[in-house]
Design a protein around this ligand. Structure first.
Ligand code: PLP
Length: 400
């Protein structure tokens, strides 16, 4: 008989004393100094640090332009504007994502169309995209889910064939590569987020990278009320004070305070990525021999940036459902999470008419996934605790 350990859920001793979150920022003294320096300078917003940060990100991902925003969500909204998405336009995206990837389509009056995911990679399936393309399709919003790039060769060739814009929601994908090329200039526009759980942080913040000059100009306008002071772009010029509002934009600007933090954080992106990749590899090795656990499948073409590490449960080999196992892991003080509740299942989308059953793969896999803690600042001991906790809980519920 296999030894069954006493779960914390049933009153046993937890694997860890303190709760380990699933993700967290890493801010050091150098970051703090960079922020203080800007606070003491002349510009805390619309200043030179924004431009420096944009330039540094564009260089890192090898794109021509970058435009910083107040959040990744604001950046997604701006990308939909720049792509010219309007009422009666359809935009194909994945349901296995954070709601913002799809909400941005609604912000500009477009209609989200949910393609199903590939059950191996959990990324948007090119075949499913193809089946949803029609004359109303204006754009595809891909998500590089968990940091693994979507299948861009196929997606881009579909887009080219039908004259569709590819917007890459790469909130998970900073530093990832697809066929040796950085995520950042593969799609027509690529969005990154600097929320504290993402690869580098600015508190809140986002950025769009693109090689397209026209998009770049539209994004700059949209970020700042649709207003321009550029004398070359003015339709009229009534004097030195003159500016024009040419589009209905927003105030979606990032501050120089945030940009300073971002610039300083960017210096650490490579070591952060290295840690994430090491931890992901160690998880996959540790769980390789567990019959009830599926570790993340990686395409050869992809080098993931490992924003998230997700295990999938083989429920037929377990005497419990995901909820029970999730609760048991939480009680062991492991900060598990679920990424994501399929967007079309949220009450808001259901009320718009999206039905359960629309994306069978996403819906099934949603019932089986658990996100484990993964962030550069966690220690090797923290990771060993997670591995021991997962083994303890899964062994307890395993049928064989
Ligand atoms: C984090 C995230 C966003 C939103 O970014 P914010 O900066 O929090 O607005 C959008 N899409 C995905 C897939 C994300 O993970």
């Amino acid at each position: 008989m296999k030894k069954k350990e006493n779960l914390a859920l049933h009153g046993g001793t937890p694997i860890r004393d303190s709760y380990l979150p699933y993700g967290k920022q890493w801010i050091d003294d150098e970051d703090i100094k960079a922020v203080i320096d800007v606070l003491k300078s002349d510009f805390i917003t619309t200043g030179p640090t924004i431009t420096q940060f944009e330039k540094a990100i564009a260089e890192f991902v090898e794109a021509k332009y970058a435009v910083a925003f107040s959040s990744g969500t604001a950046a997604l909204h701006a990308a939909c504007f720049a792509a010219g998405i309007k009422e009666n336009d359809e935009v194909i995206t994945t349901s296995m994502t954070f709601a913002a990837s799809s909400n941005c389509i609604l912000y500009v009056g477009g209609t989200p169309v949910f393609a199903d995911i590939d059950p191996k990679t959990y990324n948007i399936s090119p075949q499913s995209i193809k089946s949803h393309i029609n004359e109303k399709t204006k754009a595809i919003i891909t998500v590089d889910f968990t940091g693994q790039p979507a299948e861009y060769d196929e997606i881009k060739s579909l887009a080219k064939e039908h004259g569709i814009v590819v917007i890459d929601d790469a909130a998970h994908g900073l530093g990832a590569t697809y066929k040796e090329k950085y995520i950042g200039s593969i799609g027509d526009m690529t969005i990154f987020s600097f929320h504290p759980v993402k690869h580098i942080t600015t508190g809140e913040g986002g950025i769009i990278t693109t090689n397209n000059e026209d998009y770049h100009e539209k994004l700059l306008l949209f970020r700042s009320h649709g207003i321009t002071r550029d004398s070359l772009k003015l339709k009229d010029n009534q004097g030195p004070w003159y500016y024009e509002m040419q589009e209905l934009g927003f105030n979606y600007r990032m501050t120089d305070i945030q940009a300073a933090l971002g610039l300083s954080q960017l210096k650490k992106l490579n070591p952060f990525l290295k840690k994430r990749r090491e931890y992901a590899k160690k998880y996959s090795e540790a769980f390789a021999d567990m019959n009830a656990v599926i570790t993340p499948y990686q395409q050869d073409a992809a080098n993931s940036s490992w924003h998230l590490y997700i295990i999938r449960l083989k429920l037929e080999k377990l005497n419990a459902d995901r909820t029970e196992i999730f609760k048991a892991l939480q009680k062991e003080n492991i900060g598990v999470n679920v990424h994501y509740i399929p967007v079309h299942l949220h009450p808001f989308y259901q009320q718009l008419g999206y039905k359960t059953g629309l994306c069978p793969n996403a819906e099934r896999i949603y019932e089986e996934i658990i996100t484990l803690p993964l962030f550069p600042k966690m220690s090797e001991q923290d990771q060993n605790d997670v591995i021991a906790g997962v083994k303890k809980v899964i062994t307890y519920y395993a049928t064989d």
